[in-house]
Design a protein around this ligand. Sequence first.
Ligand code: EAX
Length: 323
Amino acid sequence: MRKIIFVILVLLVMSGTGLALETIKLGVVTIPGAAQNIVAEKFKALVEERSANAFNVKIFHSASIGNETEILQQIQMGTIQMGVITGGPFDTFDPIVRVINYPFLFKDYDQADEILDGPLGNEILESLETSGFKGLCFSENGFRNLTNNRHAVTVPDDVKGLKIRVMSSPLHKAIWQTLGANPTPMPWPIYTELEQGVIDGQENPLWVMEVYKFYEIQKYMTLTRHVYSPHIDVASLKWFNKLSSENQTLIKTAMKDAATFQRKDNRDKDAGRLALLKGKGMQIVETPDIDAFRTRVAGLKDMELYRDPKVHALLIKMLDAVK
Ligand code: EAX
């Protein structure tokens, strides 16, 4: 009897230390060094270490398994398990994501953290279950800034007629249309289109201009900080629901810790990045007329994009919470 109990115990311990290796496929569209990759790599290190290698995380980067929309479709189907995805392209899967991409919503990083890590952020994560995703947490792309190759932009009128690449998101398209630009949705990456002049400009956080060397092909940047762009760190709901509750906690906690690590990393590097981009010769408007930009897009909250009652209700709560 003792022997049998011993064998059972050994088997239990073995399953706990995970001799049964399970591979988690995780997709990002960006290259090593990018914000998404920093989250993904940290998550991989934490999960593998904390599970004593019971889980093996395989990162598919540089859009090697498709653009963000395609990665999300594969996660929905369960053919890959996880992704670190920019807020933009997510809003066609669940319009509630438009709430966090609302222009000029968060004043600063602290406020973004407080809201996204609190009950309002949680409402968004939970809502994703209706479209087949387990929303784990938010990491960050950062505050988005406009770059272009035509002229310096200081006021909204300067944006008029600029051909701007936007993410595949009706909201992002609407923002730039409202500002008078000529927005073209395109999936990532976009270096060639910028280089060839198919588009005049784009908008992204500072790290993108450095990591993707946009200073080589974009002359002007304006610190518009028009949208705080989180990543939504997700798993396939089908897959996640099949995990033991212990493993669910492991995955969730590791992603949360990876996100906390990456947000700090991103913020610590901001000042150095600005200096680097100046040094590379970009002309940077650091204090554009933000109030004028904000006023121009203020009507967006009453647009069709936010008409869904659940989405509208959350937007109102969110606008109230950031006052
Ligand atoms: O993270 O598509 C975008 O503009 C994203 O911000 C890009 O993947 C960089």
